[in-house]
Design a protein around this ligand. Structure first.
Ligand code: THU
Length: 163
């Protein structure tokens, strides 16, 4: 028996002003996208903004449904929009933020497992790490260099090829 350890590194910033201008702009766009979310059931508004390698920014927000599981998270709305509109362009970074009508979000959003899986597909598809910028309404801003960092032991294509 052997105990092993997994290690990830990430950066935390105390304020938005400490981010590079390109990242501040992306986070602003994610905040604007969250304003347009359709979240009448949870009152939890999530926005995502994706910066593509060609400089284009694609946004998305959560789209809820009265049949709850039919709704979709902001990250997947954004990443599937990017995949649909710019299938051959790699993704440089994604900023994700959230706010609630019922409470104050003072810590960075933690993307759900399904969205982590969906975003990781695009790292593999373009063979390029995606920088991920996570923020709440206020509080620290967390940045990781790769989606893989928040999805340990992820299911990978190689596993499909095994006999
Ligand atoms: N939500 C997202 O859009 N992204 C996440 O990573 C977590 C949750 C949405 C789904 C639902 O509309 C609301 O937030 C509450 O779960």
């Amino acid at each position: 028996m052997i105990k092993k350890e997994l290690k990830i590194t990430f950066t935390e910033y105390d304020s938005e002003q400490e981010l590079a201008p390109e990242e501040q702009d992306l986070l602003k766009k994610a905040r604007s996208a969250s304003d347009l979310a359709y979240a009448p059931y949870s009152n939890f508004f999530v926005g995502a903004a994706i910066l593509l390698e060609n400089g284009v920014i694609v946004t998305g927000n959560n789209q809820e449904n009265v049949a709850f599981p039919s709704g979709l998270c902001a990250e997947r709305v954004a990443i599937y929009t990017a995949g649909a509109q710019y299938p051959n362009v790699a993704i440089r970074s994604i900023a994700i933020t959230c706010k609630s009508k019922q409470f104050h979000v003072g810590e960075p959003l933690s993307p759900c497992g399904a969205c982590r899986q969906a975003m990781s597909e695009y790292e593999m598809r373009h063979n390029k790490n995606i920088r991920i910028i996570l923020a709440g309404e206020t509080g620290k801003i967390r940045i990781l260099d790769s989606i893989a960092d928040i999805l340990p032991f992820m299911f990978k294509a190689e596993q499909l090829k095994k006999k």
